[in-house]
Design a protein around this ligand. Structure first.
Ligand code: GUN
Ligand code: FE
Length: 431
């Protein structure tokens, strides 16, 4: 492919990757021994093209090829819950989310939503996601089956919730763990799919269920874990009532063996430095969910606090608490949060950091550095073709951009699904 290229230099010792922009670039993609498409080489068209003289080249003038986005936390069954107003998290769960998730006991309904969901990810340029299904095992089959059809790198799991949840979504302790192990064996590592052990959050899981989840996490160390922590004040107070002896909400997960590499905790808003050190020490990662946190009024992720300690984190939509599938909307909300939550005035995130946190940085937090989220040689060839002139205002704005930061900011502030001209999944051509 000949186009402008946006990618990231390999980060040295935990730093955010530096963005690289090649105005007239060449991206060479080809199959590896297993037949999956990977990046073979990339760089300046002038320098590289001679070496690939006989190779078919698709020329995309005026377009930017960039890594596919990585969404670290999303709920596929909450597609239709987007935009449901509530006085904070717990009423939102009770009045909108749980009643809606009940519908996923029907496999046809799950399949229909899964099809729409995967198409929506692709339309928005998201090529890797870590996703909640519902407590119904069939909902996982629908999601991962649809992802497999589209050759998407998707990680998903059956929600564990055996208490404080209504009939129709509440599961049973023993059966939920048996189902989880069966789903791990059925799906984890099949094609590009992964499984995530998915305790919903502390209030909805009995000690026995958390214990069982931790045992499965130890037995299957390359399976992911996904959950929620320290999102909302009422939620935290509830967790504290359930575990009055625990040092913190996060430490409850530690107690059950649920903090380790490939464990991803959504939100991590109301945490302290001891919690941050625990994240770092265990290798767990945070999924920052800025549109969700703004919509539900949950609070502001502390970027400065996170960076001081240096634990892993990346960006996520958290649809349907989140308001958009679009990584541009998430990055813009992250920018607002970075300013709002700041204790030192004048600082927020730079556009290159925001973009990295939704691509290569998120991939690293998932344990998939060098696999997805970047265009370095060896990466799987999941990428987006961006049209920086997709709308009249964007065309004006990007034409005036005098630096890479100005170009990326124009896209983040004014961009949405219209900028994503094409999403290319390793091998198959989609949308
Ligand atoms: N905590 C427990 N369940 C959920 C959920 O579905 N969404 C959000 N945002 N927080 C949760
Ligand atoms: Fe969530």
């Amino acid at each position: 492919y000949r186009a402008s290229l946006l990618y990231f230099a390999e980060p040295a010792n935990g730093e955010s990757g530096q963005a690289v922009f090649e105005e007239d670039g060449l991206l060479v993609v080809g199959p590896d021994e297993q037949g999956s498409q990977r990046v073979q080489a990339l760089g300046s068209y002038q320098k590289l093209s001679a070496g690939y003289a006989g190779v078919d080249t698709e020329h995309l003038p005026g377009r930017i090829i960039a890594p596919g986005f990585v969404d670290m936390h999303i709920h596929y069954p909450q597609l239709d819950v987007i935009g449901s107003p509530a006085e904070g998290l717990l009423p939102w769960l009770e009045n909108y989310t749980f009643p809606h998730e009940k519908r996923f006991s029907a496999p046809e309904y799950s399949a229909q939503v899964a099809t729409f969901f995967i198409a929506e990810l692709l339309r928005n340029g998201v090529t890797t996601a870590l996703a909640f299904a519902t407590s119904h095992p069939e909902s996982v089959n629908a999601l991962l089956g649809e992802a497999q059809k589209n050759q998407l790198r998707l990680i998903g799991g059956k929600v564990l919730m055996d208490q404080n949840s209504p009939d129709g979504v509440r599961d049973q302790t023993e059966q939920s763990l048996v189902d989880t192990e069966a789903l791990i064996n059925q799906w984890h590592g099949v094609d590009r799919l992964g499984y995530a052990i998915t305790p919903r959050f502390v209030p909805s899981c009995s000690a026995a269920q958390l214990q069982g989840a931790g045992e499965l996490a130890a037995k299957y160390p390359d399976v992911w874990i996904q959950s929620h922590v320290a999102e909302n004040k009422d939620e935290i107070a509830w967790a504290r009532r359930l575990y009055p002896q625990a040092r913190s909400y996060l430490s409850v997960y530690e107690q059950f063996g649920l903090l380790r590499p490939r464990a991803v905790y959504a939100h991590c808003i109301h945490i302290n430095d001891e919690d941050r050190a625990l994240m770092l020490g265990t290798g767990a990662a945070a999924a920052v969910c800025p549109t969700s946190n703004l919509f539900l009024g949950s609070g502001f992720f502390d970027y400065a606090g996170a960076d001081e300690v240096g634990f892993l984190y990346g960006q996520a939509s958290d649809v349907g608490g989140g308001t958009s599938f679009s990584p541009f909307h998430t990055m813009l909300a992250a920018y607002y949060v970075g300013r709002e939550g700041q204790t030192k005035p004048g600082l927020s995130l730079k556009p290159q950091q925001l973009w990295w946190q939704h691509t290569a940085g998120a991939a690293r937090a998932l344990g998939l550095a060098g696999v997805v989220g970047n265009l370095q040689p060896g990466c799987e060839a999941d990428f987006v073709v961006l049209n920086p002139k997709a709308t009249p205002l964007l065309a004006r704005k990007t034409a005036q951009a005098g630096s890479l930061d100005e170009l990326l900011f124009a896209l983040i502030v004014l961009g949405d699904d219209r900028v994503i001209e094409k999403t290319v999944i390793s091998q198959a051509l989609a949308t």
